[in-house]
Design a protein. Structure first.
Length: 183
């Protein structure tokens, strides 16, 4: 097989062969993730737009196997890391964000009864065949934070401004013009 991340397989094929998929891709290989990041970065001024953001790394390893119970259900575990550009919601400036996920999934057909194991999350498959790429992309999208902010106050322009306001940029007051029109 060529690129196992892109290949359509059945979960049982990958599980029985104890397949391990190592990958190192770019964000541009994940269309849905690229669209979300592009919409977020579109809010930046052109001079602040990060160059090459589509070349951010997405890498990891997925291991497939069968659960150790009597039902022997296909499962997928591993780790995925993505380095993405985002917009800080405090200072509205660009920032780097590392997303790390460690999936531990049962790959079940949506028509079959659910297996309740606490250590696994159930991933329902609507078709008998799937692409591991699609699961990785969906996991990354779900792991994106709703509100991205710099971790360090020194990195955030909104928090690193001096207390007396010397370096503070002029605040945007979107309703100031409306107030003057109302009076």
């Amino acid at each position: 097989m060529g690129n196992l991340l892109q290949a359509e397989c059945t979960p049982i094929e990958l599980a029985i062969s104890s397949q391990v998929i190592e990958f190192n891709n770019k964000i541009s290989h994940f269309d849905g993730l690229t669209n979300i990041i592009e919409k977020d970065l579109a809010t930046l001024d052109l001079d602040k737009m990060p160059t090459g953001w589509r070349d951010g790394d997405v890498y990891g390893e997925l291991q497939f196997g069968l659960t150790e119970t009597e039902k022997r259900v296909p499962m997928m575990a591993g780790s995925v890391t993505a380095n993405v550009d985002a917009v800080c919601q405090r200072c509205l400036g660009p920032m780097k964000l590392e997303i790390q996920i460690k999936p531990k999934l049962l790959l079940l057909d949506s028509k079959k009864p659910k297996d309740d194991r606490d250590e696994f999350e159930v991933w329902e498959l609507t078709k008998t065949e799937f692409r591991p790429h699609d699961i990785v992309e969906e996991l990354l999208i779900m792991a994106l934070p709703l509100s991205v902010m710099h971790n360090k106050t020194t990195d955030c322009e909104a928090l690193s401004s001096s207390a007396d306001g010397e370096d503070r940029q002029e605040l945007v007051r979107p309703f100031a013009a409306l107030r003057s029109q109302m009076t």
